[in-house]
Design a protein around this ligand. Structure first.
Ligand code: ADP
Ligand code: MG
Length: 320
């Protein structure tokens, strides 16, 4: 199967909202009048971001999910995306699974595949996504104010638990492992929550690199610090009373575990009811985990009420 057959068979569908989809030199899209475009790209490299033998359907899902998560963090409505692939070979079963996972998530969010590029090479996946947001309403990292509450959606650390189990560092029972693996391989982008938080949250970011690192981006961009209550952090959903996360790993997974694709955001205390309303509307749990303070850095309040500056748990940095 050649390049063009491959594109036609797996990645070409009749345009829905696009003026022109896959097949010409460019796709054409008519933006909704008055809206701003939100644009983002993510690159996934085999062996670095995923294991080459991961289930292709899950990989298709995740390739788009991590991009939708960026739109969610901006409060943007997903509209369309481009898909660029480097493939070592044409494996039709693999491509069919990948396309199934990718397009199912795309359809669930009304986000249309309109073009891309395909070449031979070491397995590498790129999505460039386009969303829309009313002018002035995008959620930015730079908007956190002293006195704001800090929130996080969903649960923290499940994906890291799976990674550590895969590395042989932890040995959870099969049911815990399966749930952690699902969180790593099939993250849920919090798109509905991001949309509901427009004009409610003062800042937001998605959790790709871990809470401390991604909240750190908000703090840096906003020129503020934060105090978090350890007891308020929504720890892993996969673990349970019969297999709690070993104490020594708790902070690593919950504070610095990457790949959760939850949202961390801030909002003024006057918005507490509005935040709960957004959570209910989006059917996504949110947890108030602390507040913004003036001093730089993240301070963690333990169960005894002691505040400590967190310095040791850096988030993942590809070049560190
Ligand atoms: P060009 O020669 O301009 O680079 P290509 O021959 O690479 O165009 O691609 C032909 C058409 O197929 C274009 O419309 C392009 O956007 C689309 N396309 C290529 N690869 C993909 C892909 N992986 N998914 C979706 N569309 C693709
Ligand atoms: Mg091309």
């Amino acid at each position: 199967m050649g390049e063009f057959d491959l594109i036609r068979r797996f990645f070409t569908r009749p345009p829905r909202q696009a003026v022109l989809g896959v097949g010409d030199d460019c796709a054409l899209w008519a933006p909704t009048p008055g809206m701003q475009l939100a644009l983002s790209a993510d690159l996934l490299v085999a062996g670095r971001h995923f294991l080459p033998d991961v289930d292709p359907e899950a990989l298709g899902h995740k390739t788009l999910a991590v991009n939708l998560s960026d739109l969610a963090a901006c409060g943007a409505q997903p509209r369309a995306f481009l898909l660029s692939l480097a493939l070592p070979e044409v494996n039709e079963d693999w491509l069919a699974g990948f396309a199934r996972g990718l397009l199912a998530l795309a359809d669930a969010h009304g986000c249309e595949l309109v073009g891309g590029d395909t070449t031979r090479g070491p397995l590498t996946l790129n999505v460039t996504v386009m969303g829309e947001v009313p002018p002035g309403q995008a959620l930015l990292r730079s908007g956190a104010q002293v006195g704001d509450d800090v929130y996080v959606s969903g649960h923290l650390g499940d994906a890291r638990l799976w990674l550590e189990a895969w590395r042989g560092q932890l040995a959870p029972p099969p049911a815990v492992l399966a749930q952690a693996r699902a969180r790593m391989e099939r993250p849920t982008p919090r798109v509905a929550l991001g949309l509901a938080l427009r004009q409610v949250a003062s800042s937001a970011a998605d959790l790709s690199d871990g809470l401390l690192g991604d909240l750190g981006h908000i703090l840096k961009a906003s020129g503020v610090g934060a105090e978090l209550d350890e007891a308020a952090l929504p720890a892993l959903m996969a673990t349970h009373a019969a297999w709690p996360l070993p104490e020594a790993w708790w902070r690593t997974c919950v504070l610095a575990g990457g790949d959760d694709y939850e949202l961390v955001f801030t909002a003024a205390p006057a918005q507490r009811v509005a935040v709960q309303h957004a959570s209910a509307q989006a059917q996504t749990p949110v947890h108030r985990i602390g507040r913004i303070g003036g001093e730089p850095g993240v301070r963690l309040r333990n169960a005894q009420g002691d505040l400590r500056l967190v310095q040791d748990l850096a988030s993942f940095d590809h070049f560190a």
